[in-house]
Design a binder for this molecule. Structure first.
Ligand code: PLP
Length: 384
């Protein structure tokens, strides 16, 4: 199998699986219990919190574990608006993940005005538009760090500077940048930042929200005093332990592994451009997470390419996993100005730790053949 969908999810690192299996076998205590078997679990959770915090350049006390990246996004957005009922405007970008876009739509139903700041053809946010959208009524700005479909990196530090000068809090969804580029929450200058374990070779169903000390936010889940009263419910202890281990492994493997993956992706990009006439690269040529490649093959349907690749056990995606089951054209590809039929011909390949050089050679042999065959049977192909 050649897995080229690491932006959808990553295989659990063996060290993470090992640590979680040990934990599930040996430690069952409730971290809220005051006797030793509870305290031990609390201690392990604190270690995990420390590791995630360290990877983000923040203090342990600023990390709050949640049930997913999606939940962290919802927490930051609804928690902030709940805490400031006098503010009724939300500013975000046109290419956010559904976790933010759908939250924005839910806010609209509550009567909050939402501005979806447009992006250019590379997917970079228009800062002048953002600036002009901010008013004293703006309760939050949320702009993602790296896009999940095309990988474009947003100028989040600049966004934060602009908004915070006006006293407006800033959230960034860093789910796709964490582990792929340096993510330093303080240097970015944001108030809230979302990450998710399963994108960094950790388990699914656990995320975290960085909340800058001193921020104003309401509890998201009401109940007990877990996560300092902001996110009640007995914690996903094994998931959190796994998240901590994944962050540790990420720090250890670090930049060397990233550079290897980026080199492989560059080789794949160049190979596709050389071997497949008419293939069109979507996204920013440089300012993007280096593992992500999005290509349009005009005249073809992405699903047909995806299924043909799957018969060769090569797994790619047609965009975000969340939009895969719907007929809708990707809002990200539309926002960068692609016509619907070009957007529908686009596939995403996202590389990661599981890939080796030999995988790239196989893809560079199979993909051109598949495209040529599909073009031969497609009446609509502009070149044939
Ligand atoms: N934000 C971005 C940018 C993502 O790519 C994803 C997952 O694809 C999420 C949020 C959601 O994270 P989770 O799967 O942990 O809910």
């Amino acid at each position: 199998m050649i897995y080229l969908d690491h932006n959808a999810t990553t295989p659990v690192d063996p060290a993470v699986a090992e640590k979680m299996a040990w934990f599930l076998r040996e430690r069952f205590g409730n971290p809220s219990s005051l006797y030793p078997i509870g305290r031990e679990v609390k201690e392990l959770m604190n270690e995990a919190r420390e590791r995630v915090a360290k990877a983000l350049g923040v203090d342990r006390g600023e990390i709050f574990f949640t049930g997913s990246g999606t939940e962290s996004d919802n927490f930051a957005i609804f928690g902030t608006f709940d805490a400031a009922p006098d503010r009724n405007e939300f500013v975000t970008s046109a290419i956010e993940h559904p976790a933010v876009i759908e939250s924005a739509k839910a806010l609209e139903k509550r009567g909050i005005k939402v501005t979806y700041v447009p992006v250019d053809r590379y997917g970079t946010i228009d800062l002048d538009h953002l600036r002009s959208a901010l008013t004293p009524k703006t309760g939050l700005v949320s702009v993602m760090h790296a896009n999940n479909e095309i990988g474009t990196i947003q100028p989040v530090a600049e966004v934060a500077r602009i908004a915070r000068e006006k006293g407006i809090p800033v959230h960034t969804d860093a789910v796709q940048s964490f582990g792929k580029i340096d993510v330093d929450a303080r240097r970015l200058g944001v108030d809230f930042l979302t990450v998710s374990a399963h994108k960094i070779y950790g388990p699914k169903g656990v995320g975290a929200l960085y909340i800058r000390r001193g921020s104003t936010i309401c509890p998201f889940v009401h109940g007990g005093h877990q996560e300092r009263g902001l996110r009640a419910g007995t914690e996903n202890t094994a998931g959190i332990i796994g998240f901590g281990e994944a962050a540790r492994v990420m720090e250890e493997k670090g930049k060397k592994e990233r550079a290897r993956i980026e080199k492989l992706a560059e080789r794949l990009k160049k190979g596709i451009e050389q071997k497949i006439p008419g293939a069109k690269f979507n996204g920013h040529p440089e300012n993007r997470v280096g593992n992500t490649l999005n290509f349009a093959f005009p005249g073809l349907e992405a699903e047909a390419i995806l299924l043909a690749l799957a018969t060769k056990e090569i797994y790619v995606s047609t965009g975000s996993a969340c939009s895969e089951e719907s007929e809708e054209v990707s809002h990200v590809l539309r926002a960068i100005g692609l016509r619907p039929e070009i957007a529908r011909s686009s596939i995403r390949m996202s590389l990661g730790r599981s890939n080796a050089e030999a995988d790239i050679e196989v893809v560079l042999k199979e993909l051109p053949e598949i495209i040529a065959k599909l073009r031969a049977i497609s009446a609509f192909h502009p070149e044939g």
